[in-house]
Structures are given as C-alpha cells and as structure tokens.
Design a protein around this ligand. Sequence first.
Ligand SMILES: [Zn+2]
Length: 622
Amino acid sequence: MTMSDTTAPAAPVVPTRGRLRPLGLDEVRITGGFWGDRQAINGEATLAHIESRLESEGWLPNYDLAVAGTLPEGRRGREFADSEVYKYLEALAWEISRTDAAADAPLEQRFRRVVARVAAAQEPDGYLNTMFGRPGQAPRWSDLEWGHELYCLGHLFQAAVARHRTRPDADDGLVEAARRAAELVCREFGPAGRDAICGHAEVEVGLAELGRALDEPRFIAQAALFVERHGHGSLREIEWGQEYFQDDVPVRDAEALRGHAVRANYLASGATDVAVEGGDTALLDALRAQWDRTVERRTYVTGGQGSHHQDEAFGDDWELPPDRAYSETCAGIGSIMFSWRLLLATGEARHADLIERTLFNVVATSPASDGRGFYYANTLHQRVPGVPADPDGTSKRASSSLRAPWFEVSCCPPNVARTFASLAAYLATADDDGVQLHQYAPASVRTTLPDGRVVALDVETGYPVDGNIRVTIVDDAEFTLSLRVPAWATDAELRVHSGDGVAEHPAAPGTVDIARAFRAGDVVELVLPLTVRTTAPHPMVDAVRGSVVIERGPEVLALESIDFGADIGDAVVAGDPVESGGRVALPVRRRSTGEVVETPLVAYHDWARRGPSTMRVWVPAV
Ligand SMILES: [Zn+2]
C-alpha cells in the first residue's frame, strides 16, 4: 500500500477541526458485498465508458483545440462540459488509490494523459476554461449566471485535492494547475476584485478543500467570501427567481435548502466547510437548522431531493409529488456531501442515517447493472413504461425514462463514478478515543489514534440482504468502538464475544459506544432487524396521502408492473407485506377486478432492470 507523505487522510473532506476525523482510502477498504460489487463495476466498466464519451462528445478534445487555436469554431458541449472531465479525473484519482495502482499501471497512464491535455490548455495567468475568453468567444466572467466558469474550476479543485491526498509526489501537473487557477480566482474575485458569485455553487466547496489540502488559508477565505456574497441578488433575475441560484437570501438567514437542488447542496457543503474552518458557530447552526427542515419537509422517502422538473429545484415544504419527483442523482450526491460534512462537525448519527438512505435509494439506483447507463432523475412513480435509450445516443437529462448511456447534460455519470471510487472514505471515522462505524459493508479498517494506539478491525456482513454485522478485532487495543444503529432499527441487538464469553449490550437507535480493552479475535456482533416495515407518509404531504411505502432495512421497495401483471395504476394495498426467504411480497388488489394478487416487490434501486415497466414506491391503501 502506498502511504501518503502528507498527514491528511486520503479522503475528499478533511476539516482542520470538528467532532470526528475522516479516515482515508489507505485506512478503510471495502472488501466486497453490495458496495464492493458496485465499486468493481465502476472501476472495470464505468470509468472507461465515461472517458470514451468524453472523447466522442468532444469534451476532452476541446482542450486540444484550445492548444491548436481552433477552439472558438470547434468547441463542443454545454458551458459546463469541462467539469465532467474534472469529475472524471477525480474519480480516476480515487480509483488509482483504491486499487493501489502502480505508477506504470494503465489507470495511472490514463490519468496522466488526460491531465496533460487539460494542463496544456491553461493560460499563462492561470485561467482555464474552454468556453470563454479567446478571440471569437465571449469574454471571461461575462455570463456569471450561466457560464459555469467558477463551477468548472471548483470541480478542478476537487480533482486536485483527490490527487494531492492520494499521490502527493505524482508531479503530473494537476495540483499545480489547480493552484494557479485558484490564485487567479482570488485575484479576480477577492475583496478588492469583482463583487460577484457563480450561478452554480461549487467553487466554494472546491476552494475550501483545496485550501485545506495545500494549507492555503486565502483559498478558504475566498470560499467564505463567495458564501457570504450569496443572497444579495447580484445575479440577474431569471424566470425561476433568484432562489434558483440561492441568491435570494443570505446563507446564514435561510430556513431551508431551496432553488436548484444540486446548487443548494453544493453551496451548503461549502458553507459548512467555511463555518467549520472559521469557527463560525452561528453559520454552522443555521446550516444544521436548514438540514433539519429540508430533511423533514423537502426530502423524498428515498432520500431524493428536488421535486420540480422545470428548474430541477426543491419545492415548497411538503411539496413531494412522487410522479413528478425529479430527485436528480447529483442532488442525492450533493445531499451526501452536505450530510457528511455535518456528521464530521457534529458526530450526530442522523446525518449518517440520511447518507445511508440516499446511497441505497438514489445513488445505487442510478447506474445500470453493467455500469454503462444511468438515471439522471429518480422518479418514485412511473406511469408510462420507458423507452430503451439508444446505446450510442445521447439523451436529454431526464427524458429517458430508463437508464441512458449519456446525456447532453451529463453531470450524473461522473458524479456517481467519483462517489463510488471514494466510497470507503464515508464508512468510518476516528476521534481521540476510538473508531466509529457509520455505514456497513465488508471492510477492513486500520488506523492509528492520535496517542499512537493502533486500531485494526475487519467487518463482515451481507448487508443489506441480511442484518448481521460482525466486527472482528484484529489486534489487542483499548479503545471505544462506536456503531451507528439506524433510526429504523428499533429492535437491534448487540453482543460482544470475547474470552470472557458473550456480553449483551444495549443498542438503541443512534450511536452505541463500546469502550473496552479489546483482544485480538474479539467479535462485536450487531444484528439489525430487517423486518419489513409499512411506512405511512407525513400527514402534510398531500401527494401521497392514503398511500404507504414498504421498506426493509435501508432499502425502499417498489411495485413494478412486470410483477403485478398489470399497470400499477390499478394497484391497491390489500394486506400486510409478507417475507419469505429474503423476498418480500405485498397482497395487492386490482382496483378494476377486485382480484387480490400477492405481488413480489423489488428494491427501488433495482427497478427497471428487467426492461420497461410502470412502477410505484407509494402504493394506495384506499
Ligand atoms: Zn446530475
């Protein structure tokens, strides 16, 4: 295993303070199971698929055209096409670390080839964008509402952070390119520069992390300046209002996330970073309150966020229609980014609960089984069977009602790729006393606490198919092992198997701490009851009143027409769900005939994997 010579963990988010310390990809490894399978497909298929599309769509060749001087005529893709290249680089950087790829491995060679093409297009003063600034193109920073120049740089910064924290001696030019671009941003948009923000938040979270990674406080200060500038109406009024850009209300005065759901979550993530770095408890408290209200009133049962198609935005409180749920994959990833930062800052298990819900029911839903197709939107109710996408074609965002290989706006595929490649970083954390497990997957955890104690443990589990989680202590050590018991796991059991026998331990939902002198071979066994649950909606959500959703463990289940044998518009719940052999069936009455059919349910993340169907998550009970 290649060890970084920096002291920071090889992780996407490394605050300098906070309740919990993240662990890096060299400290936590996912060794198989539900997420291990997806990481393998991501590495084997998705990354190559993305690079091939970045080439064929012209988004990577744009950089070559910049060098050749023919960009204004030849440029292809939307304003934000550069950002997909950077998310791809970020995914590659994490994947190289995850698989411990050697310097001459194909993955590393691919990474270096792409970086060389990108860096060659950077201008002498650090500016880097293929859409603006050359003769024949619009001037730099001339369209802050829609130009996405700072947004793209934010993704460049995140890619550079991934590389710096995983291969600090790589010297491939990516970190230097990011540093020069960040210095340009500070010059152009600093306190004495343009009093402006980007129409799509992202540069805030990118600058804050680059500042942490390179120990450059001015980058964090610039991120804080961008956060504070939101909410003062500096962006042009558009048809969806300034809340679309989160430019309607200052971040610290807002009561909930609103407007475009990806923008809102990226901004909240960057705002959390600057609040933590600056010790700004008022801002952090405001963000925590916004998270609470957003999760209670503006979040689907899947963890999905964003009710509106036309502006990809949050609705009002309680406006959560299942059949027009937009629930963009990227909004789910943004929500995980925000929740993860709050978890590190506060240690509160509910943030990890939402991460789990969103991972299993939004992020895992997006990719096709072969890793070469994606959902952009994740509706909770499909009324008309989808039409299979052309495998060589390009879909408009959510118009494909089945997973599609690529989109005109293709933010989601590389976002899934970077999330899967770095997923181990979200499983566990450490503090002065021990290690905390937040998500359950087969994994190995090896870390050293600040006082030198070494913690080594292995996690074995078939989660979420079964709820047994066995944590084996590998080396003798006295420390506190903390386990998250999900809010739904009201009958969890916890036992410690040691040389002294078996000790039962309370396991109420939340965080359970086991402080002891562990011996090698001790096993902590957590049993999460995967009893099927029938969940009623909050009474304020009019759109699903009278319906129920069936859940099992962290998974939301769905009713598909292919199992029902008829359109799901004809379905009414006729009894309690029954489970046998790990399969769940629901007695469903056909409204048209009165016939009751015991119908298998599928995990929502598996819907439409057998071809086009109609589907619903919320099933009418009346
Ligand atoms: Zn997206």
